[in-house]
Design a binder for this molecule. Structure first.
Ligand code: CA
Length: 232
């Protein structure tokens, strides 16, 4: 599943914009372009944009405001285009969350090098974010959602599907008291016609697997009259 990387250019000077578009396309990028900030924001809202090249001097909303607006909702890499006389804006731009800047006049190879390096950095970040969010842990207990495995001190646990789901639900809500109803709904869905005691049975089974002494549990704590809490 290789998807083309898409780059948006917001620049009102047509010849500069077109030159950048041409060079990006030549290098295999999918290119989107807007000649002012509002149109650019519209494109971002409706399209997958992996990197933004943003001119500071734009008609209407300037590049700094565009940058500020984007940063409210997105971490996408942003390269600002500045003119020499905009040294001050360059600093403000970086403070507003731009990742890099290129001063006009610039060479295409310089811009392309910045694009490449920023994309590499942001890919690295998103990969590690993904990997992290797919691993849940509590002390020596570890659940890997990608591999669908659970281990304690690296020893694999033999969990049935519902036990695995229950453990995952607990780990996602570490330290929080969960009612039996909440657990039931989460694991069996709203339509499940069953008894909350089903939850107790599954908790007992899970305790037998993950607790050192299931009669004196120190991971899954009973919250009397309510439900259970997975201790951090
Ligand atoms: Ca401009």
């Amino acid at each position: 599943m290789t998807q083309q990387t898409s780059v948006l250019i917001i620049e009102d000077e047509e010849n500069i914009s077109e030159a950048i578009q041409y060079n990006l396309r030549q290098n295999g990028y999918q290119v989107l372009a807007a000649e002012d900030g509002l149109k650019g924001l519209g494109i971002i809202e409706n399209n997958q944009v992996d990197l933004l090249i943003l001119d500071i001097m734009l008609p209407g909303m300037d590049g700094l405001d565009v940058c500020k607006e984007i940063r409210k909702t997105s971490n996408m890499p942003i390269i600002m285009l500045t003119a020499k006389i905009e040294e001050y804006n360059k600093v403000v731009g970086l403070e507003l969350g731009a990742d890099d800047y290129v001063t006009k006049p610039f060479s295409m190879s310089e811009l392309l090098a910045r694009v490449k390096s920023l994309l590499r950095r942001s890919n690295m970040n998103s990969t590690s974010d993904n990997e992290q969010s797919n691993i849940l842990e509590s002390g020596d207990l570890l659940v890997d959602l990608n591999k669908h495995t659970a281990t304690i001190e690296k020893t694999p646990l033999d969990l049935r599907p519902k036990q695995f789901d229950l453990l995952t639900f607990f780990l996602r809500n570490k330290g929080k008291a969960l009612s039996r109803d909440q657990i039931l709904e989460n694991l069996w869905g709203y339509d499940y016609i069953g008894d909350v005691r089903t939850v107790d049975v599954h908790v007992r089974w899970l305790r037998e697997i993950i607790e050192k002494d299931s009669r004196k549990p120190n991971r899954i704590i009973t919250v009397r009259g309510f439900g259970y809490r997975f201790d951090k």
